[in-house]
Design a binder for this molecule. Structure first.
Ligand SMILES: [Zn+2]
Length: 291
């Protein structure tokens, strides 16, 4: 299964490159035409089920309509991971004004991480190369909604659009679906949480932040705040274009590692918790939705 998955990943990677050559700005539907060609080839050559494969807490898929691809989950807001593992999750949000020194640092230090990217507003929709670079650099790419509006008081159709339009755009580039989403500002109301869970996503917030959205923070205070919140299962919130984010991570990561922790991705920190995608695809999935 692992070998098969590796073959699939290589094939999907080739498809992603081919898609990239066609340029961005296409509609989501246009992106998926290539998926359909790939689907026929994979089914013929490797007998891959339509729904795709679950590997490492994510769905690897070439489905053209993602709604229904994940089984429903409980409406839970996750703020920390497995307390029995000495791992902490590094999450980086938004994607506006991305400081690429952060990605270079994480790549150089071979740090896995997770990013919650905005689908629209000039992030994923117009910068597929950012998504590809993050994935190639060891990042798990998840949705931070399409518009980055506060998900309170929204109607169901709006929340569905915010979830699936973003996920479709991301998966069109990565061919991966992680069952995680983060709302703007970590804000939500009960209906938004219920609808999101029904669609198969856990809402993930954080247990500690480096305060890189505060007004005029100092690197010293940010590093201290971050280090004070480090414990097994901690979920760290930072931003790609935050204040001093690069400087803080460059100082804090070695210190966290010195304390015996692995700084890593969300899926590794959620291993062994109920918030981890397991099993075969399709079972119990919500098949009733249409896009
Ligand atoms: Zn945000």
């Amino acid at each position: 299964m692992v070998v098969t998955a590796a073959i699939v990943l290589v094939l999907l990677g080739v498809a992603a490159l081919a898609w990239g050559c066609r340029g961005g700005g296409n509609s989501a539907q246009a992106n998926y035409n290539l998926f359909k060609d790939l689907s026929a080839r994979l089914i013929a050559q490797y007998k891959i089920p339509d729904e795709g494969l679950i590997e490492g807490g994510k769905l690897i898929t070439y489905k053209s309509n993602l709604r229904g691809c994940l089984p429903p989950v409980k409406p839970v807001v996750v703020t920390s991971g497995n307390p029995n593992l000495k791992r902490v999750a590094l999450t980086l949000d938004d994607g506006w004004n991305a400081d690429m020194r952060i990605l270079d640092l994480l790549k150089a230090w071979k740090i896995k991480f997770t990013t919650f990217l905005i689908g629209g507003r000039g992030v994923v929709d117009t910068h597929p190369e950012l998504v590809r670079a993050i994935k190639a650099g060891g990042g798990e790419v998840c949705s931070h909604t399409w518009d980055h509006y506060v998900m309170r008081g929204k109607d169901e159709a709006t929340v569905m659009m915010e979830i699936w339009q973003t996920q479709n755009e991301i998966t069109g580039i990565t061919h991966q679906v992680y069952p995680y989403i983060r709302f703007s500002g970590g804000a939500y109301d009960q209906p938004a949480l219920d609808w999101t869970a029904r669609e198969g996503f856990w809402v993930v917030n954080w247990s500690v932040t480096d305060n890189d959205t505060a007004a005029n923070p100092t690197v010293d205070s940010q590093v201290n705040t971050l280090l004070a919140g480090i414990k097994p299962g901690a979920i760290i919130l930072c931003h790609w274009g935050g204040h001093n984010t690069y400087e803080v991570l460059a100082r804090a990561i070695p210190e966290i590692q010195k304390r015996g922790y692995e700084v890593t991705s969300l899926t590794r920190v959620l291993e062994g918790t109920p918030y981890y995608l397991k099993g075969s695809t399709g079972k119990g999935a919500n098949k009733s939705g249409t896009q």
